[in-house]
Design a binder for this molecule. Structure first.
Ligand SMILES: Cc1cc2nc3c(=O)[nH]c(=O)nc-3n(C[C@H](O)[C@H](O)[C@H](O)COP(=O)(O)O)c2cc1C
Length: 291
């Protein structure tokens, strides 16, 4: 079956799909809309979404998901969105309460609809929602970070002695060794400063060769997940430290079933917040130049 074709029994030749196709592969030909090169289709679905008659057929996509577009007034208003953005906080105190699987599934669904470069949709997710699994990963990650602390410190000492170049990542992470050692000490006392005792953890990974924008796609999907979590009355906290540990430890990636050729640039904790903020916060003024 063709990847994309226009059902001639439905098509009224209104022409709306032709200019909206990002790959310009639709054209009117002999009284029908033809797909000039189906191999160029990126399955963005714009042709089907714009067609009043639902004539485009995209065989690999779920036609049921092309449901009617919500009315503008049913979507969040600008003020509501801004209130959501501004009230989101990184949560570092969680209730001792599991997150319902349905809510975690909704969070992942939110990620599916984030834009990706060329609509490649290269992202994979690992969701951990069992205390044992999270503990296993935390233990491995903290061990890795303590190992990384030693490497950073000896590289810095080598640099000071003038006989060793320091990798840029180590230079940027110079501040962290004491934090990671303290994290390891606290961990022994049952205090989790890596995941903050969160009941769920989401890790996003991708094969960079399958993406045209591997530095952007994970962040965009993460923000949709994080905002969905907010809407579900959950809190989140990004975990850059787990990302550092994943870069360093093949064992950790294996434990999370992340393939060898994948990168895992993003992870965050999810749970019910056990903290009530009374105020929004301030940020630096935006540095904008209007041209
Ligand atoms: C890429 C990234 C990695 C982060 N990693 C951590 C982390 O490992 N641990 C942590 O407690 N917070 C982490 N944060 C949270 C930031 O510290 C937080 O977003 C920032 O202080 C602003 O606070 P807010 O999120 O409450 O607005 C991370 C944030 C980003 C964007």
């Amino acid at each position: 079956m063709e990847v994309v074709w226009i059902d001639p029994d439905r098509c009224t030749l209104c022409g709306l799909c032709i200019p909206i196709c990002v790959r310009r592969i639709l054209e009117e030909r002999e009284g029908a809309v033809a797909v000039t090169d189906p191999t160029q289709c990126i399955l963005c679905g714009h042709c089907k979404a714009i067609c009043p008659e639902d004539a485009p057929r995209l065989s690999s996509l779920n036609a049921k998901e092309f449901s009617p577009i919500p009315r503008r007034e049913d979507l969040p208003q600008a003020e509501q969105l801004m209130a959501l953005f501004r009230s989101r906080r990184s949560i570092r105190i969680f209730q001792n309460r599991e997150v319902e699987k349905e809510k975690l599934e909704k969070i992942i669904q939110a990620a599916r609809f984030a834009p990706t470069g060329g609509n490649r949709q290269p992202l994979h997710y690992v969701v951990l929602n069992s205390a044992d699994r999270i503990e296993e990963i935390r233990t491995m990650a903290i061990k890795t970070l303590v190992g990384q602390a030693k490497k950073i410190e000896s590289a810095i000492q080598g640099m000071r002695a003038g006989d060793e170049p320091v990798p840029l990542t180590y230079q940027l992470r110079q501040l962290y060794p004491p934090i990671w050692r303290q994290m390891a000490d606290l961990d022994k006392q049952g205090i989790d400063r890596l995941f903050y005792h969160a009941p769920a953890l989401i890790i996003c990974h991708l094969n960079p060769l399958e993406s045209v924008t591997p530095d952007m796609d994970p962040g965009l999907s993460a923000m949709q997940m994080i905002l969905m979590a907010e809407a579900l009355e959950l809190g989140t906290c990004l975990c850059g430290f787990l990302v550092f540990a994943l870069e360093e430890s093949p064992e950790l990636r294996k434990a999370l079933q992340i393939p060898k050729d994948h990168r895992a640039p993003l992870s965050f904790m999810v749970g019910y917040p056990d903290v009530i903020f009374h105020r929004l916060v301030s940020r630096k003024p935006a540095r904008v130049r209007w041209l």
